[in-house]
Design a protein around this ligand. Structure first.
Ligand code: NAP
Ligand code: MG
Length: 398
């Protein structure tokens, strides 16, 4: 059989623990036999990050800027315990954080839906993607516990020396205080990433905030979204029959629950933190959740939303056959291959991505699943090892 060719490479970022083992298995079983794979390989495994003083992470992010498409394995974000375990020179930063800051991107999380795993919400038929703004607001706020009476003020000193001052509250006793910010540039990048992503996957975009209460702050978000829509995306949305909807966060929550799915929900930073966990849990399993980082200049980085599945890895090291779920990782590969195919005009590559995803879903729907899905399936199913699941998918690909 002739393998499918590629015109330009995908940036491949290897990772850690169980997902590193699965990464190799997925490539060997499902990609290399079918695709004449071109990748630019970066080893983001913790040992190599330590050996390269984390330069490899920045190099990988720069490579995504160059090649526009990347696929990433889950990686350990070091903490004190990992410092000891890996004898690290430094507590390196989260690779995802580093990549996000180089690409200035927005993260989109979408569930993979299968017919035998019903979402907790009966009306949901299609996936709901949450786009979370990943900069500012309470994540960069200043805060204080107030332990005595006094006046709290909002004070802004401009570079030209002019000042504005507004009383927030006259405390007559103890209380709490917080000050937060965002930047137009970051909100605009976020809006562009959301509209661009909606166009790239042909789905409606909803954006929610609370501009009835937070009139200026959330009003600014609303206005920037409206401006980006009007000036940059309206025509394309109309041509594709897509809708843009701005609504209040509480109204959005009610609409989301009543909807049949199939749209992108853009959320401010905190709303996105909360709502993405709600959506992923309600759809069924963390192991069926994909994640795409898209930058405003059109770079895409695909990965699974889950981590390195450490507990399974330790059991694997003791000789147990893993039954970790590789589906979200396979979808990271298929997402990257499809995007590469779209950007390079190689339709066979995009078609292969479709076939690969279909084969994963059909395998689950025929009752061959990894251990994590067994309790969620509403059909008679058998739990198999990761390896046997991959073999079953391979058999469907011919
Ligand atoms: P995790 O690796 O996502 O695992 C949490 C639990 O979820 C697992 O113990 C497992 O439950 C279940 N699970 C997750 N993915 C699964 C899969 N594919 N198949 C079956 N079950 C799955 O999160 P964590 O334990 O909090 O973090 C582990 C390491 O991953 C940490 O070092 C963290 O820094 C890193 N991390 C990386 C990323 C990333 O690179 N994007 C994201 C998150 C975390 P059971 O054990 O009950 O079976
Ligand atoms: Mg969270």
């Amino acid at each position: 059989m002739e393998k499918i060719g590629m015109l330009s490479p995908i940036v491949e970022m290897d990772g850690d623990e169980m997902t590193r083992i699965l990464w190799k298995m997925i490539k060997e079983e499902l990609i290399l036999p079918f695709v004449d794979l071109k990748t630019e390989y970066y080893d983001l495994g913790l040992r190599n990050r330590d050996d390269t003083e984390d330069r490899v992470t920045t190099e990988a992010a720069e490579a995504i800027k160059k090649w526009k498409v990347g696929v990433k394995c889950a990686t350990i974000t070091p903490n004190a315990q990992r410092m000891e375990e890996y004898k690290l020179r430094k507590m390196w930063k989260s690779p995802n954080g580093t990549i996000r800051s180089v690409l200035d991107g927005t993260v989109f999380r979408a569930p993979i839906t299968v017919s035998c795993i019903k979402p907790y919400v009966r009306t949901w038929e299609k996936p709901i993607t949450v786009a979370r703004h990943a900069f500012g607001d309470i994540y960069r706020a200043a805060e204080r516990v107030i332990d005595r009476p006094g006046r709290a003020e909002l004070l802004f000193t401009a570079e030209d020396g002019s000042v504005f001052r507004e009383t927030i509250h006259d405390f007559t006793g103890p209380g709490v205080l917080q000050g937060m910010f965002n930047r137009d540039s970051s909100i605009r990048s976020f809006a562009r990433a959301c509209f661009g992503y909606a166009v790239s996957c042909r789905q409606d975009l909803w954006f929610s905030a609370k501009d009835t209460i937070i009139k200026q702050y959330d009003g600014r978000f609303r206005d920037i979204f409206a401006e980006v829509y009007e000036t940059e995306y309206k025509e394309e949305f109309q041509r594709l029959g897509l809708k843009y909807l701005y609504t209040l966060i509480d109204d959005a929550v009610a609409r989301v629950i009543r909807s049949s799915g199939g749209f992108i929900w853009a959320c401010k930073n905190y709303d996105g933190d909360v709502m993405s966990d709600m959506i992923s849990t309600a759809f069924g399993s963390l192991a069926l959740m994909t994640s795409v980082l898209m930058s405003p200049d059109g770079c895409f980085e695909y990965e699974a939303a889950h981590g390195t599945v450490t507990r399974h890895y330790y059991r694997y090291l003791q000789g147990e056959k893993p039954s970790s779920n590789p589906v979200a990782m396979i979808f990271a590969w298929s997402g990257a291959l499809r995007k590469r195919g779209e950007l390079d005009g190689t339709s066979e590559l995009a078609a292969f991505a479709d076939r690969l995803e279909r084969a994963c879903i059909d395998t689950i729907e025929s009752g061959t699943v990894t251990g994590d899905l067994l309790p969620l399936c509403d059909i008679p199913a058998v739990a198999v090892s990761s390896e046997d699941y991959l073999k079953a998918v391979r058999a469907r690909l011919g």
